[in-house]
Design a protein around this ligand. Structure first.
Ligand SMILES: Cc1ncc(COP(=O)(O)O)c(C=O)c1O
Length: 379
């Protein structure tokens, strides 16, 4: 281009998911990199969507989403957590959690506002903050147990802190924030004007009897929180890009000001009836726990070391007994030479810190997991 152009996001490059996904396709590798299932969404849901579209449900939905769906979400939250979100004023259907996260940040973050983020972090938070002139203030999880040192977090809070972003269950570590973590966060935020963005897209993928501690359960958090969810993650249809955001009425009002000029509304036919059956999401934890256990039983004799993931459909494998290569180089070599694709976690760390772990997605058929494990055991 001949016109001088000053990029608003000079440091943003193509995401690691695109880079690795392209390489995986080129080398015909088993792809355990990007977070999506390689099996189909439920046939019942496809039939419901199909018949709804054939009946003519193909035009704009109302701006905040179809009321019956918001109402069903409200009932689901009430049944699961015993808290009430008003479908009229506190629930908005979005184009996936990504749009919900972007919209919450766009609605709140102004120039020089600081936003605290825990690294490794899902990659869509920082560019959104920077786009609106905000400054990400990052803190690295300890790579061993992915524990949060709340005293360190306290030290990062300044007069400019506008928001804290948390993600539980956490991508990529599979770490689940505990009741104690949430109480410590509550203590930090009490009597402040700091907002919370709680990314809970893996709410229903949680293992070993752990309980999801949604921010909605903690009054000091709930009163300031945008909480984001993803139907794509829950119903094995990430390509439909459907999710929602719940937040107190005052915050939802600001959220919708952006949402209505960003996407306005998203298509969401047939989900209302589907989410009314709790087994459609409550069985997800045992479904994925079986996959995690299968994958880990198959790689336990490999040279990779691991701590079992507690939630999400990701498992970190530590490779320091195999090589001292940089994780990105090792991941690329595994694709080219061994035909298996994973995500190098340094991409999500402060200064691309390399903790010698790769992220593997186990939302795959058992056959894919077996083939992947065969390869991993021979490395
Ligand atoms: C932590 C986290 N948040 C948000 C998203 C985005 O969800 P969606 O596909 O609904 O936009 C993902 C997807 O991988 C994720 O892992």
């Amino acid at each position: 281009m001949n016109i001088p152009f000053n990029s608003k996001l000079p440091n943003v490059k193509t995401t690691i998911f695109t880079v690795i996904g392209k390489l995986a396709a080129e080398y015909n590798a088993i792809n355990l990199s990007q977070g999506f299932p390689n099996f189909n969404t439920s046939k019942e849901l496809i039939v419901l969507v199909n018949s709804s579209m054939l009946k003519g449900n193909n035009q704009y939905a109302p701006m905040p989403g179809i009321y019956s769906l918001r109402d069903a979400i409200s009932q689901k939250i009430e049944n699961l957590y015993g808290v009430t979100y008003n479908p009229e004023t506190e629930i908005t259907i979005t184009a996936g959690a990504t749009q919900a996260i972007f919209t919450a940040i766009a609605a709140c973050i102004k120039k020089d506002d600081e936003v605290i983020i825990f690294k490794p972090a899902y990659d869509c938070y920082e560019p959104a903050i920077e786009l609106f002139g905000g400054k990400p203030v990052t803190i690295q999880f300890d790579p061993e147990g992915f524990k949060i040192d709340w005293h360190k977090v306290k030290k990062l809070i300044s007069a400019k802190t506008k928001m804290i972003i948390i993600n539980t269950p956490h991508n990529p570590s599979g770490r689940v924030l505990s009741y104690d973590d949430m109480k410590q966060l509550e203590a930090l935020l009490k009597n402040t004007n700091i907002l919370l963005l709680s990314d809970e897209v893996y709410e229903h993928i949680i293992f070993d009897g752990e309980k999801h501690q949604t921010a909605a359960l903690f009054p000091v958090l709930a009163e300031r929180a945008f909480i984001t969810f993803s139907f794509g993650k829950t119903f094995h249809n990430t390509g439909w890009k459907l999710g929602y955001c719940i937040a107190p009425a005052e915050l939802t009002k600001e959220f919708r000001k952006v949402h209505q000029y960003n996407v306005f509304s998203v298509k969401q036919v047939a989900l209302t009836n589907y989410i009314k059956s709790p087994q459609n999401y409550l069985e997800l934890s045992s479904f994925y726990q079986e996959k995690r256990d299968l994958f880990l039983s198959l790689v336990k004799d490999s040279r990779f070391k691991f701590t079992p993931s507690k939630g999400t459909y990701f498992q970190l494998l530590n490779f320091e007994l195999i090589t001292d290569e940089y994780d990105y180089d090792f991941a690329v070599r595994l694709i080219k030479e061994k035909k298996i694709a994973s995500i190098p976690v340094s991409e999500f760390n402060i200064n691309n810190y390399d903790s010698k772990v790769l992220r593997f997605c186990f939302a795959k058929t058992d056959d894919s997991l077996k083939s992947a494990a065969d390869i991993l055991c021979n490395i």
